[in-house]
Structure formats: C-alpha cells, structure tokens
Design a protein around this ligand. Sequence first.
Ligand code: IPE
Length: 256
Amino acid sequence: MGRIIILKIGGSVITEKDKPLTPRLEGIRSAAEAVAEFGEPLVLVHGAGSFGHFLAKKYGLSRHPSMASPEAVAEIRDSVMKLDSMVIEALRSKGVQVYWLQPFALYNIGGIHEKWKTILTNLIQQGISPISFGDVIPTSEGFRIISGDEIVRDLAELLHPVRVVFAMDVDGIYRNYRKDERPIEELSIEEAKRLAVDPVKIDVTGGMEGKLKEAIKIARIGINVHFTNGLKKEHLIKALKGKDHEGTLVKGKLLA
Ligand code: IPE
C-alpha cells in the first residue's frame, strides 16, 4: 500500500490575510512547487483565508449550523471555488495531478464515510492527489463552515497517514512570537495541550489555537504532526519528508 501523507495548505499561505478576497500568488506558486518537487502524491486540503473567512464573518456564519441567507451561502461558496481553482491550476501547471473532492461529498452523518478509505488510497496509489478545502456545507440544521483543519483531522483518523503537515505563513509554533524567536522544535501532546489552552503563549490568531487542537487529536492516534512555513519551499519539502525542517513537530503518541 502506498504511504499516505496529508498536507493542509493554510489560507495564510494562499491568500493575503488582511486583504479581503486577495490571493497570495507567490504563496500559491511556492506551495505548488514544493508539492511538485516532493514528487509523491499527497492528500491535499487547503484553507479559505481572506476569501471564505472574510465572507463568513460578514454574513455571521460559523462552525455551528445556522440559517444563512441564500446570498451568503452562494457568495461564500463562490469565493472558495475561485480560490480553489487557482490552487488547482498552480498545482497542475507544476505537473501535480489532482482529483477534486468537495467536502460535502466526503461526509456522512458523524464523520467521513468509511468508503473513502479505499477510494483515497487507490487515488494515491495511482499517482493522483485528492484535493479538498475548507467550505460552507449544508446540514439538517442549516449551513455551517467546515474548516480545512477539521477535514484534515477526520481524514487522518480515517487514513492513518505516516504524517500530517500544516503549512502556514510563519515557521512553526512559537511560545511568545517575538522578533528573532525561533519556533518550538518539538512538542509532546501534553506540552501542546498546555499551549492550546493558553492562547497568549502562542501566535495571536485564534486560527493557530484551533490548528493546535486538531493537531493534538491527530497526535493522539500516534501520528506525527509537522507545522511549517508554506511560503518557504525548502522548509515545506523537508516537512513533507518528515525531516528536520525548522518548524514544529507535535510528536504522535498512541494514547490508550
Ligand atoms: C475555512 O477554512 C473555510 C471557510 C471560511 C469557508 P480554513 O479554516 O481551513 O481556512 P484557513 O486555512 O484558516 O484560512
């Protein structure tokens, strides 16, 4: 069986975080090049950055289902699709062959349907990288935002990859995020938990806290989780290889 590696390309890598609906073209290109140069098919998930998040905030949508206006849903969806096609185009232009999967298709009540295990594994074996993304999805109680981090965690539980990599716009997880501070090299699950409940100790965005929480859940099933800078091609390639990559490793440990 081909080994599986899951890569989340954060919205901060592919969009200008502070400029609504603006792609970060050099980030999209650099991440695509890293994936191409790594050379093996990956399970890919990307975030929505200043596309989806900006609009989700504007219309008051969150991870909890709510009755959103038709305009809100259509506009958010449209924005993530636009970003998604830019990412896919960049990957394909570098020779990475992808198969697009909308998150809604993956999910069954309670999680990702078991059938996807074989389908995704087969795609990887055939040299195709399945790609999904943070999105707005319908539920029986309205629409909700599903983050790419959540999809990554559910995919990790289903597929048991050899490692999971989160690519961001900073080098890794920091204790205080001061100038010249280097990211923490390695975190045990226990240390990561302490950081995740004390957001003043980590990078300021709530996004990082959420990522760390998903990473802890993945590490608890015995999978190493690497945080790296997706804007630095060499860092990302090393992280995909599971080598020392100047980022942060949350060490996986199977907890009984
Ligand atoms: C968010 O996905 C999806 C929408 C807001 C529609 P993510 O939460 O994975 O996006 P990033 O990586 O944080 O930008």
